[in-house]
Design a protein around this ligand. Structure first.
Ligand code: KMT
Ligand code: NI
Length: 172
């Protein structure tokens, strides 16, 4: 895992966009983003039972697996959004970038690879992209039914309960 401020320069979203300004785990924690390196599946089972995650599935994001819709999917994942539930991703292979909004509403880019697990709190604005390898294999964990409808960023979402709880806990 490596986290840094996004450079905001034009260019493909899959490029590193590393500004050279690193972001540490403590700073991520202050916006509710939790990171764990978990080399054994047993570690994920433990975390899942502690947090009440009963279900999981796996997704491979790549042109080989997705065919013609790959490019479209990658663009959709990169649309800034929030969820009304936590988003937990455990990387099983390949790499990807999660971008999350800092306290100042700038992008922090979190680079994940195999055995990295990231928890994004409900209500945080974020986006995802594959990197130049165009391959990531991830496990998605959830409580009951998959409930990760992306709500695209827009001013009215300020009124959303989950957004308000997030702002209250982490941004004020
Ligand atoms: C997401 O939430 O953007 C995804 O599920 C993308 C694939 S998982 C790394
Ligand atoms: Ni999401």
């Amino acid at each position: 895992m490596k986290a840094y401020m996004y450079d905001n320069l034009p260019g493909d979203q899959r490029l590193p966009h590393d500004s050279g300004r690193a972001v540490d785990l403590d700073t991520l924690g202050k916006i509710g983003v939790l990171y764990y390196h978990i080399p054994e599946l047993a570690g994920v089972d433990k975390l899942a039972s502690e947090r009440g995650y009963k279900n999981r599935d796996e997704i491979t994001v790549s042109p080989e697996k997705m065919g013609a819709v790959y490019e479209e999917k990658v663009k959709t994942f990169f649309d800034e959004h929030l969820h009304e539930d936590e988003e937990i991703r455990y990387i099983r292979g390949g790499q990807g970038y999660f971008d999350v909004r800092s306290k100042d509403d700038d992008w922090v880019r979190v680079q994940l690879e195999k055995d990295d697990l990231l928890i994004l709190p409900a209500g945080i604005y974020h986006r995802f992209t594959t990197d130049e390898s165009n391959y990531v294999h991830a496990m998605r964990l959830f409580k009951d039914e998959p409930k990760w409808t992306p709500l695209s960023r827009r001013p009215e979402l300020d009124e959303n309960q989950h957004r308000q709880s997030y702002v209250k806990e982490f941004l004020t």
